[in-house]
Design a protein around this ligand. Structure first.
Ligand code: PLP
Length: 393
């Protein structure tokens, strides 16, 4: 008999989205005419900007011509795209070495794959957060320690005295999914300083950085000294609407040296052994998204979502309901009114308003009593949801 990775048996089944769909189905059975508005989605809904589509069409045509046909792409990404990533960071006064940029098929894969280059470790994960951090570490049988996000710290936990004395891999997601909260420079400095003092490493998830419109950092490398203790994972999914195209990148600085071993070297080895690169067509699309014109077009789509977020924010503010997010983020994370639990409020919104959101408890125990509403719907749906919620909240 062969041995399996029994760590997988320690994963909790994730019923969150299947339970949501089950409850909607049950409700629709009894109320077939209900016009349900889905504000639970974490996926983009607007089509790709035309100049990105044009880039993909042109790249596809090149693949059909002998002289311009291309086979395997370089494992770490085409230089034309890596150069555009480098230029993108320059906007935030961050200088990234081309050699430290690794193009991938998205942030989720990289989040999981990165664990290949580490042994057993203590892992510091905020609660609530994107569930992939926890599950990938359970698969590797790592020792997970949670740090509490709550109303008192605006869902932005910081290092505390009890954490000193050990080294950790620390996950930071800013702007955060699901809470929409983002760390400011001073707070990130605290994390960087903690990581240095405890010989820890930060994995910084910047998947939502393009939503930032105030002065919070876009990159962990905006903090002095971060390049020796932080890996950054980024994605074109939310920024350029690439959830269906699949492209992201991870920055593993050559300056991260752990006991004489360069992480950049290990990651190169990992990628060249297990990954064969991202398609040329996709990389062309991503590089178009990072041109000045491309960024402008992508931002137009983000502005549409951000306007929805603003409307939702104004509404909850008017109702006196506590929330985080909405700024710098497509997510509004609200405290369930009337002392309801996450699922009670889900059912309440479903039955009274025919509006769907995501119960916060699905993102960790500290999410109980909270609820995530997203701005990825249409403006019409968002306004209609607000109108309906106004009648009952
Ligand atoms: N990181 C966070 C915090 C996310 O919320 C998501 C997707 O929702 C991802 C990463 C995944 O990004 P990608 O589509 O690039 O795999």
């Amino acid at each position: 008999m062969i041995n399996i990775n029994t760590n997988y048996l320690n994963l909790k089944e994730s019923y969150l989205f299947s339970d949501i769909n089950k409850k909607i189905k049950e409700y629709k059975k009894i109320n077939p005419d209900a016009k349900i508005i889905r504000l639970g989605i974490g996926d983009v809904t607007l089509p790709l900007p035309k100049l990105i589509v044009d880039g993909m069409v042109k790249a596809s045509q090149e693949m059909g011509v002998k002289d311009t046909f291309r086979g395997y792409p370089p494992e770490f990404g085409h230089d034309f795209l890596r150069n555009n990533v480098k230029a993108y960071y320059k906007r935030y006064n961050v200088d990234i070495d081309l050699d430290d940029i690794f193009i991938s098929d998205g942030a989720k894969s990289d989040m999981g794959n990165l664990l290949d280059i580490f042994g057993k470790n203590n892992i510091l994960i905020p609660d609530p957060v994107y569930p992939v951090y926890l599950d990938t570490n359970i698969m590797h049988n790592n020792n997970v320690i949670f740090i509490d996000g709550n109303k008192d710290n605006n869902f932005l936990p910081l290092p505390n005295d009890s954490l000193y004395g050990k080294s950790y891999i620390i996950y930071i997601c800013s702007p955060n999914n699901p809470t929409g909260a983002s760390y400011n420079k001073e707070q990130l400095k605290e994390w960087v300083s903690f990581a240095k003092k405890t010989e820890s490493l930060i994995i910084y998830d910047a998947a939502y950085e393009a939503f930032i419109d105030n002065d919070v950092p876009h990159s962990i490398y905006e903090i002095d000294g971060a390049s020796s203790i932080a890996i950054e994972v980024a994605s074109f999914s939310k920024f350029a609407g690439f959830t269906g195209i699949r492209c992201g990148y991870t920055i593993v600085p050559s300056s991260i040296n752990i006991n004489g071993v360069l992480l950049n070297k290990l990651w190169k080895r990992r990628q060249s052994t297990k990954f064969n690169g991202v398609s040329y067509i996709t990389q062309v699309a991503a590089s178009v998204a990072l041109t000045t014109e491309g960024i402008k077009e992508c931002q137009k789509n983000l502005c549409y979502y951000k306007e929805n977020a603003r409307l939702l924010k104004e509404f909850f503010k008017k109702k006196g309901i506590w929330f985080s997010g909405g700024d710098n983020s497509p997510y509004i994370w609200l405290e369930c009114p009337f002392g309801m639990s996450s699922w009670e409020f889900f059912q309440f919104l479903l039955e009274k308003c025919n509006v769907i959101g995501t119960p916060g408890v699905g993102f960790g125990k500290n999410g109980e009593g909270f609820f995530r509403i997203t701005s990825f719907g249409t403006k019409e749906d968002t306004l209609e949801a607000i109108r309906r919620m106004d009648l009952v909240l």
